[in-house]
Design a protein around this ligand. Structure first.
Ligand code: AMP
Length: 454
């Protein structure tokens, strides 16, 4: 498949060629023909898949080849709007789109907070076809009437899940209310498709085509991902509590540091759980011994660091526990890859303290599915996990639009965790019949103390 086959204009093909794009990525292959045909798109794709070109190329082609309906008078109004969660992404998308459209004249600008209004006002006054904006600052412009969105023909919501995570839903709704309802094409890109995203799509899109690319880092569908919020100081006790439930279960426990894994192994051993640790400071012989003891069932728990675990060959484990979350989301996949192999079920449990919320968000984004967030009775954290404003690179956080924290009463009505609801994977594939009108409007399982992390 080539870009030419996808129906792109020669001016775009030339720019792509110069940038060394020889072949479309899977998301581009799926999205470009549908977008060029004018369909609304609900696309499951994350950063790194080539999603920017997937919406950017058809968007530019549309602007370049479809004449604007001439306004009776007044300045040129923007015809296309790309909403992004952060200013870094806005700048990145703008750069990419300028590169793709370098042989076409598409006046464009970015709009984001944290900088003066002057340049943005100038650009809007001069007139642009394409605006790439973060919701908060765009609202500011709407309020001072420096931008008129009544001429928008194409709308893109990029990283929609992240925008919702950052509390932008009310802003997005306000912006959408200012756009023309008729003859508008809407493309929504998101790594995950939790209920609020599907509701948004249902409300503002017209019969969207759903497409999805498999993320690079896939985790077996048979694995359950469970997160227990807990105060850092109580993690060891919680781990012991979990391990004690079934002392025969072979468990690989991940810790972030060598020192931490040694201390943890010692603590567990003293508490009566046969444990060994493997990490970079251990000799090859000691590592080998620990591993064969673990495989033979002479010890039940192996505490490992990421690096040490990379090389070890343990094929099938019923459960992996993250005592610390990895700082790099991909490491989560490597860790969890030890369980749920060959269609067998497995459980990935993560003990997450408040200061690890940002790592958890990155992991959930990468997994592209919900994880089950639930307290363990007796170990409820004093400081609940905050889902607000911890995304790396965040640029704007409108007051009063913070990401919702834990729902429901904090201290009361905690159900035993065995009763807490489970949540399924929320990928668009499973919802190929389209968003449900009644879906989760009442909040369903999300009310109460246990809810999925998005
Ligand atoms: P994105 O997912 O849009 O952030 O793109 C990730 C990276 O892939 C960017 O650096 C793009 O320039 C690059 N890219 C996107 N599409 C292609 C392609 N078809 N061939 C080569 N590189 C690409």
């Amino acid at each position: 498949m080539t870009f030419e086959h996808l129906g792109l204009a020669p001016a775009l093909l030339r720019a792509l060629d110069e940038q060394g794009y020889t072949q479309p990525t899977p998301i581009q292959e799926q999205a470009i023909p549908l977008a060029l045909a004018g369909h609304d798109l609900l696309a499951g794709a994350q950063t790194g898949t080539g999603k920017t070109a997937a919406f950017g190329l058809p968007l530019i082609q549309y602007l370049a080849t479809t004449p604007q309906e001439v306004a009776a008078r007044g300045p040129r109004k923007p015809r296309a709007l790309v909403l992004t969660p952060t200013r870094e992404l806005a700048v990145q998308v703008h750069d990419s789109l300028r590169g793709y459209g370098k042989y076409l004249r598409i006046p464009s600008t970015t709009i984001y907070g944290g900088v003066g209004m002057g340049n943005q006002l100038d650009a809007l006054r001069r007139g642009v076809d394409l605006v790439i904006a973060c919701p908060g600052r765009l609202i500011d412009h709407l309020e001072r009437r420096s931008v008129d969105l009544s001429g928008i023909e194409v709308l893109v919501l990029d990283e929609a899940d992240r925008m919702l995570d950052m509390g932008f839903l009310p802003s997005i709704k306000r912006i959408l209310a200012k756009l023309p309802k008729q003859n508008r094409q809407t493309m929504l890109f998101s790594a995950t498709f939790a209920e609020p995203i599907r509701e948004l799509a249902l409300e503002f899109m017209h019969d969207p085509k759903q497409i999805q690319v498999t993320p690079k880092n896939t985790v077996a569908e048979t694995i359950t991902h469970r997160v227990h919020p807990v105060d850092g100081s109580r993690k060891r006790d919680l781990l012991l509590h979990l391990l004690a439930k079934d002392s025969r279960l072979q468990t690989l426990v991940f810790a972030r540091t060598k020192h931490g894994s040694d201390k943890l192994a010692m603590f567990l051993d003293k508490s009566g759980i046969k444990t060994a640790a493997i990490h970079g400071n251990k000799s090859q012989g000691a590592r080998q011994r620990a591993l064969s003891d673990f495989k033979a069932g002479r010890i039940n728990v192996l505490v490992a660091t990421d690096i040490a675990a990379r090389g070890i060959d343990i094929d099938q484990l019923p459960q992996v526990i993250n005592f610390d979350l990895p700082m790099v989301a991909e490491d989560y996949v490597h860790r969890i890859g030890r369980t749920g192999r060959n269609g067998s079920t497995g459980e990935a449990i993560s003990l997450v303290a408040q200061d690890e919320a940002k790592y958890l968000r990155a992991i959930v984004r990468m997994l592209g599915r919900d994880v089950d967030l639930r307290d363990v009775p007796g170990f409820e954290p004093q400081t609940p996990i905050r889902w607000g404003n911890s995304a790396p690179g965040k640029a704007e956080q409108p007051a009063g639009e913070r990401t919702p924290r834990r729902n429901g009463p904090q201290k009361h009505a905690r159900r035993p965790h065995s009763e807490a609801p489970r949540h399924a994977h929320a990928g668009p594939k499973k919802h190929s019949s389209g968003p449900r009108r009644d879906g989760g409007r009442n909040g369903g399982a999300r009310q109460g103390q246990s809810r999925p992390a998005r």
